[in-house]
Design a protein around this ligand. Sequence first.
Ligand code: BEZ
Ligand code: FE
Length: 286
Amino acid sequence: MAISPEMITQAAIASFAQSDNPRLKQIMQSLVKHLHAFAQETHLTEAEWMAGIQFLTATGHKCDDVRQEFILLSDTLGLSMLLVAMHDGAQSGATEATVLGPFHTPDAPAMASGSDLSNSAPGEPLYVTGRVLSADGKALAHARIDVWQADAEGLYDVQRSELGGNRRARGVVESDAEGNFSFWSVLPEAYPVPTDGPVGQMLVANGRHPWRPAHIHFLIEAQGYQPLVTHIFREGDRYLDTDVVFGVRPSLVGKFVAHKKGNAPDGRVMTEDYWSMDYAFKLQPI
Ligand code: BEZ
Ligand code: FE
């Protein structure tokens, strides 16, 4: 009797039936089901699947201690952001989450609130003020606010070998008794995700651009609350609607206000024009 494609799919699904790990069994059976449906729907040829295998092999070869091309693939296919959106607690009034991205470092310098984190990063000065609150509006003191961003040239400090590991436009500040915090940095600019690997080739082959709209990353932690991983995006950025990793949520677009030189709100005398941005972050209880 000839074996039909449906019989192959059923046999492959059934091959996991004896698994004694119910979650692994569910994931593997669903993966096989959808993988086979994908091949059927697209009438995938063996040559096309071989090209796919070569692409995945190249993706693996591009990975090393600091470069994770598979995460970039997950990001650019929208899978990373889908998982974030599926699991975040924003329904209850908390700030929406977005992707962590590859440029977070665990060793950002701790600075007093109000400090200048820029460390000579190129860019126009930016004064950021914020509050950390519970989803129902209670001020959260002693929250840890871990911040990182690209500079005016669209580069993170970790992408600049000339810095020799020194940190720039990155730091950790703490909220005060009223949940307030502030810092100085530079106005972030849009930047492309790394395009010198197979994911970059995939974007080009499909006529997609590699750009992320300008943003500042925040990882906010407070005792008794779920950590919040998010960004605040620059209002008006040309890539807000086409972020290559699908990370933009309208509630995360911040107002960046331009100011003429003079006295800044914290008393700093600015000899050049500067910007400010204010945002209230709301955390979800554990
Ligand atoms: C980032 O925002 O840092 C980022 C996120 C996903 C892929 C590449 C960069
Ligand atoms: Fe980023």
